[in-house]
Design a protein around this ligand. Structure first.
Ligand code: ADP
Ligand code: MG
Length: 247
């Protein structure tokens, strides 16, 4: 029990001893524990097949671990019904995909507010304006996704991911489809949302230069976290990744 006056900060995300064995017998996550403090920008790296996507899916309530506990904020996911887990995802979790996944027939404004409608919530006008200004799309709200550049579409997808004020935003290769300069602008934006708004972001990337923009980088291999680097540099990450096979 904490002593009176001691503030206990709830982790934005906490995995305790999470194992995921797929039907067929592949152990994709092997006893993974991880705590992410609010306002952290976390990068997840590792070779193909090391369990990055499985980690994201289990952490985000898209899939269910075989064993272990996943907490998003103060909500334990283990044991929730599928309906409740889906609700929780709409309320507490944001996603950014490599392919943006905007709805082509909807305006940018309607795309951004879609998660609120799914969660049965009304837009908070002030927050919406802050967000749209922050992602630099104030003049584009009436357009369709097809009328925007890739970078603008990804910025719309980021605003959509943040609109419900989620505990955690998960981003799977968010800059994978962008050219270098646009990718940097999107990373600057993510970093700004973390540093400026206290958003927690968990991002998978193959690119050490992208991961270097995070506060913290995890390196995965064979379903385990094999390294954690604080304030990672691209050079250190590249070196760590290339030495993985040699162990
Ligand atoms: P990464 O994202 O790092 O490439 P994944 O999490 O996708 O890794 O995969 C980890 C391991 O789990 C791999 O061996 C992969 O083949 C296996 N795997 C992933 N998804 C499934 C699935 N739905 N069914 C069976 N095996 C899977
Ligand atoms: Mg993957």
């Amino acid at each position: 029990m904490p002593s009176p006056g001691t503030a206990v900060q709830t982790d934005a995300l906490r995995l305790s001893r999470v194992t995921k064995v797929y039907a067929g017998g592949v152990t994709a996550l092997d006893d993974v524990s991880l705590s992410v403090a609010p306002g952290t920008f976390l990068a997840v790296m590792g070779p193909s097949g090391s369990g990055k996507s499985t980690l994201m899916h289990c952490a985000a309530g898209l899939d269910v671990p075989s064993r272990g506990s996943v907490k998003v904020g103060d909500v334990e996911l283990a044991g929730l019904s599928e309906t409740r887990r889906t609700e929780l995802r709409h309320e507490r979790i944001g996603f950014v995909f490599q392919a943006y996944n905007l709805v082509p027939s909807l305006s940018i404004a309607d795309n951004i507010t879609l998660p609120l409608r799914l969660a049965g919530r009304r837009p908070d006008r002030a927050w919406l304006e802050t967000l749209v200004a922050r992602v630099g799309l104030s003049g584009h709200l009436d357009r369709r996704p097809g009328e925007l550049s890739g970078g603008q579409q990804q910025r719309a997808a980021i605003a959509r991911a943040l609109v419900t004020r989620p505990a955690v935003v998960f981003a799977d290769e968010p800059t994978g489809a962008l050219d270098l300069r646009t990718a940097h602008a999107v990373l600057d934006l993510l970093r700004d949302l973390v540093d400026g708004l206290g958003q927690t972001v968990v991002m998978v990337t193959h690119d050490p230069a992208v991961a270097a923009r995070a506060h913290l980088a995890l390196v995965m291999a064979d379903g385990r976290i094999v390294d954690t680097l604080a304030s990672p540099t691209a050079a250190r990450l590249a070196q760590r990744i290339t030495t993985l096979g040699a162990e």
